[in-house]
Design a binder for this molecule. Sequence first.
Ligand code: DNO
Length: 405
Amino acid sequence: MRESWRWFGPNDPVTIADIRQTGATDIVSALHHVPIGEIWQIDDIRKHQQLIESDNKQYSPLNWSVVESIPVHEDIKLGRDGCQIYIDNWIRSMENLASCGIKTICYNFMPVIDWTRTDLSYQLDTGAYALRFDQRKFAAFDLFILQRTGAEADYTDTEICDAQDTYNQMSAKECDQLTRNIISGLPGKMTDSYNLEDFRQALAQYQHIGESELRANLNNFLDHILPIAEALDVKLAIHPDDPPRDMFGLPRIICTAADLDKLFIQQPSPANGITLCVGTYGSRPDNDLPAMARRFRSRIHFAHLRGVRRDPDEQRSFYEANHLDSDIDMVSVISELLSEEHKRAQADETARTEIFIRPDHGHQMMDDIGKTVNPGYSGIGRLKGLAEIRGVIKALSALNKSTSQ
Ligand code: DNO
């Protein structure tokens, strides 16, 4: 298992020197300054690598091993005439990364919005802060702030009443904050930021695109990408839609085990893999994470090991819990990943067998509080997550060793 850590680049308040102290060995990063759809040039990639590796001679080395993410231009998701140029550019970026030795690439295929939360400072019983998705607030935004045409059809009468109550109780400042959280985007998002009017227009573009059309557009993209990824020995790792269900009437197609079955039946290439984002898949009760880790084990190249707790009375609402203390059996998930790595190593000692894992969305706690941090990407909160996960990995590895002797 390779312990990795997401770094947003030179403006990230959590520095490379900080990351090194966590004991992580690999960096997950992206060229966030390159506009969506443009080529990541080799010079730019090398510059970013140098920022990461500049102190490697003096201290324990850190390498940029995983890209999260190369954004997929909206025209590709929409299957527009003329999107081939963006597919070609994506391929060029992938080739340039591979030529610099970076061969694990995460991406997603969420239309219009990337990951979405309603609260960025939800206070826990301990006093620390977590991210939260509240279905009632989301509905209040959709129905009464955005006033999306036809939104009522997506909610029951009770849900509309609840959303109305929620909306009535919100101050203008809270409405504004909720709007920004949802449509201006969160760190690492791979879509544009919008104002309300642009957002309505962006949604309207998908009026005639349902699940099957979006899936066809993903397949068209992969038809072009996968043969080249295979030739370059690049592993692609699609990230699930977060939260994993349709939103704003937009289709979302990477949400469940059944979605992944479809993906691999249509695109069996060994370069076609997944990011097992445990927290994302785990935010719906019908996803059994240890079972998914087992079923898709050979496809997992990258894993985000965080957990969520869903509200007992509203399973679509959740907050981001401690990495080991959530609705998900994280120990079993890690055990599956370890056994997959073992299997890979036995099959071919020279192959790339290790899975990159990273802590995700840490709490804001202790000295994180009061600092400017990228929501979800605090230093101490993620360090706590990593330390907990590391303990499980060490303990399970030791147990496996003693039982195989
Ligand atoms: C949030 C992340 C997302 C993710 C992209 C993957 O913390 O999981 O930003 O990186 O959606 O393409």
